[in-house]
Design a protein around this ligand. Structure first.
Ligand SMILES: [Zn+2]
Length: 217
């Protein structure tokens, strides 16, 4: 494991009619070299939170990470993703060609979606048993694995659907699952990764017309 860094908070401030992103607010604007004042409220810096979390610290959650490498270093927006579900101790259950894996490490830089509301004690109490029983079924034996049709997504989606059924809620199909659980997180991650890499390389990242911004990253 060469990189377990989970990323940092980024700062955005306005100067020279641009939005400028960095790891901190510099004393001088990197474009015009003038002092960065805090005279106007609309110029006050805003922090952009880091979308990644240590998956082993998340209970009863759906996790995503690149199959190879990490988001911050290797992910290019098209890389294969691997997904899993945590138990109440941060052990990540995930399915691959070797069957169901119970990982206690390797998910330190993940995108996470909580699956249980904090007040659902009944479900939380049963969670580890549900996950273990579900994983022990024959559906998840190694020889059943198929890269396109019976994979890590199939495993997590079927488990989430079992939970939804238990709660008396309608099931999700594959497209709804992707739209609800996967795309919003990977979109957020891609924006953050672009900013993070540019700032690592150049020290800052500037984009035009902050005034007309309607969707902050
Ligand atoms: Zn400036």
């Amino acid at each position: 494991m060469h990189c377990t860094e989970a990323g940092k908070t980024l700062i955005k401030f306005n100067h020279c009619k641009k939005s400028i992103y960095g790891f901190r607010v510099p004393p001088c604007c990197p474009l015009c070299q003038q002092e960065v004042g805090s005279a106007k409220l609309e110029e006050a810096p805003v922090s952009i939170s880091n979308p990644f979390t240590d998956g082993h610290q998340e209970k009863c959650s759906f996790l995503l990470r690149p199959t190879q490498g990490t988001f911050l270093r290797e992910y290019d927006g098209k890389s294969d993703l691997h997904v899993g579900i945590t138990n109440t101790n941060g052990v990540v259950y995930n399915y691959n060609q070797r069957g169901v894996q119970r990982d206690e490490a390797g998910w330190e830089q993940s995108l996470s979606v909580p699956l249980v509301q904090p007040n659902m004690f009944g479900l939380m109490n049963q969670w580890d048993k549900y996950l273990e029983d579900f994983s022990a079924t024959g559906a998840w034996l190694p020889h059943r694995y198929d890269e396109d049709h019976h994979n890590c997504y199939s495993y997590t989606l079927m488990f989430i659907n079992c939970i939804l059924t238990t709660e008396g809620k309608p099931q999700l199909d594959k497209n709804e699952f992707t739209e609800k659980y996967v795309i919003p997180r990977t979109r957020l991650a891609s924006k953050y990764i672009t900013l993070h890499r540019a700032i690592e390389e150049h020290g800052f990242y500037a984009i035009d017309h902050p005034d007309q911004e309607t969707s902050p990253p």
